[in-house]
Design a binder for this molecule. Sequence first.
Ligand code: NAD
Length: 253
Amino acid sequence: MSHTDKTAVVTGGGSTRGIGRATAHALAADGWNIAVLDLDEASAKDAAHEIAERAGVEAVGVACDVTDEASVQAALTVVDGALPPVGALVNNAGITSPVPFVEVSGQDWDRVFAVNVRGAYNVTRALVPGMVERGFGRVVFLSSVSAERGGGVFGGVAYSAAKAAQLGFARALAREVGPHGITVNSVAPGLIDTDITAGKLTGEREAAVLAGVPVGHKGRTRDVADLITYLCREETSYVTGATYDVNGGSHIH
Ligand code: NAD
């Protein structure tokens, strides 16, 4: 079984400077065919085009709102018709929110959980049965250092709670599907240079966060993408239920 005859699905892989797109590129360079699912259809298609051109693999970009089961089903039907069976899923689509707890509304809270937790559930629930049937699968969650150290980077309580929910999700799923040749792991990045903070982490605020990073700078998307690619390899069959830190030393435990 080789992953050159399989597809890796990356949710939220549209964002030009995002972790998802970098991961899709790294997986493609490793031989995976790629499906990019993103809320932003144009960016998903652009990513797929760039990936196919650069890596010479098959790639499709599909519009998908991971919070909506029907949208996920529709997108996966397109993937199913266009690419080889799915062997890996990277639950990367995510949103953050810096709103302080005493100001957060139920709506803000639900929105953060809808994308990070329910979204990951919708896609994982749809893809894992096929992996079980084929006896092979790799699932990776994009959690965050915020889940481990109690915020303190950019995201508030809702974000930390949602990212911690992903860790429990991944660990319990790892236990359940391990016997079927499926591994499930999480990566917990610290401050990575992307557009997720929408320009709201600058100046003194950014300097304060960086003061707590021993290596003294933000991480690159590539740092995270390479680790995910390792976790998705078929050879990486004995690593499961684990959480990998990529945080420049900002949280050491
Ligand atoms: P980003 O904002 O650059 O990209 C996120 C992508 O997700 C975008 O393309 C967006 O369109 C897509 N998306 C958002 N909502 C969606 C939905 N409902 N359905 C489908 N797609 C949706 O973010 P990033 O910095 O690349 O972050 C990627 C992941 O890594 C997120 O889960 C984030 O929480 C996590 N993370 C990021 C950092 C960081 O410092 N950048 C740190 C820790 C964890």
